[in-house]
Design a protein around this ligand. Structure first.
Ligand SMILES: O=P(O)(O)OC[C@H]1O[C@@H](O)[C@H](O)[C@@H](O)[C@@H]1O
Length: 294
């Protein structure tokens, strides 16, 4: 059950943090400080807005996104867990898992030692206990901690992704650096595994690639907006790059027909053969950090 705005306001009192009913009546946390503006919904612990002061919004949001129980929000940062894409053993199960369509609990709101706003959310999915810590400062910090319950009877594995949608001015001019030396699975070419290209990524059609065995920081250059953004990460061995281009976005009800030109996803992930396995009581923490760079 979703905690109400009144309950949250009385439980968490912190400068720069307020609570509101957002789209679809879903409760969101609103951050407004001298460093940034941000928003995160309890639904999916889904970040829908991050804007460092003096910058344009960093995250892309679809104007056609659903905001409803049981449905994923399109844009921002969905959390994919405990599987990525369709569930192999059950194609009727929700794509990218349950984490993005369940209501999370806000368990802490505080200023960290740097004065940034740090919010922690929790949820239990199957035998996994998840804690998601989001830091709103000059950069956006995300830390997804997964613990397999002490009570679990055996080891269990999962896939995960912080599916970051970045706002760009013109996808045709965008360049992503950092994955030149990584092999990748090309999802738009029959899931073929392809060798590293030694080149940065540019977009001229649908792109859906899972870069493998890479811990590199990515830099997205957006010349049309005269800005660059950086996605750094830890404990993640995959990076997914996605833009649906014309036909695929037109086929998605929650994606405006012309919106594909203004987004690119750089997803911090552990998927496929890089899925993680935990024994009962063990934990794994994956982090991603998004910032605007000079
Ligand atoms: O429509 P969804 O479930 O949000 O997924 C969007 C995209 O997410 C990406 O991470 C996947 O690699 C794509 O294959 C997928 O199309």
């Amino acid at each position: 059950m979703q905690t109400s705005v009144d309950q949250l306001s009385s439980q968490f009192s912190l400068a720069g943090v307020s609570f509101a009913e957002g789209n679809g009546g879903l409760v969101k946390v609103v951050v407004h400080t001298d460093r940034c503006d941000g928003e995160i919904y309890l639904h999916g612990a889904h970040i829908t807005h991050f804007q460092p002061c003096g910058e344009s919004p960093v995250l892309w949001m679809s104007q056609k996104s659903a905001f409803a129980k049981g449905k994923a929000i399109r844009g921002g940062v969905p959390i994919c867990f405990p599987w990525f894409g369709p569930k192999a053993s059950d194609p009727s199960a929700p794509g990218h898992g349950y984490a993005r369509i369940r209501t999370w609990n806000l368990i802490a709101a505080e200023n960290n030692e740097d004065g940034d706003v740090q919010l922690a959310f929790s949820i239990t999915i199957d035998d996994f206990e998840l804690t998601y810590t989001v830091t709103f400062g000059r950069s956006l910090g995300m830390s997804l901690a997964v613990k397999l319950s002490d009570q679990a009877s055996e080891a269990a594995s999962f896939e995960e992704a912080l599916h970051t949608y970045l706002a760009v001015k013109d996808i045709h001019q965008v360049v992503i650096e950092g994955l030149e030396s990584a092999a990748y699975i090309d999802k738009v070419d029959g899931m073929k595994e392809k060798s590293a290209t030694d080149e940065s990524i540019q977009f001229s059609g649908e792109c859906d690639r899972v870069y493998l065995d890479t811990t590199s920081t990515c830099i997205l250059r957006d010349p049309a907006m005269a800005r660059s953004m950086q996605v750094s990460k830890s404990n993640s061995q995959c990076t997914v790059i996605w833009n649906p281009w014309i036909n695929k976005s037109a086929a998605m009800a929650d994606f405006g027909n012309d919106e594909w030109t203004s987004m690119a996803c750089i997803e911090t992930a552990n998927v496929g053969s890089y899925r993680r396995t935990l024994k009962p009581g063990e934990s794994h923490v994956m982090t991603a950090d998004v910032s605007v760079i000079p």
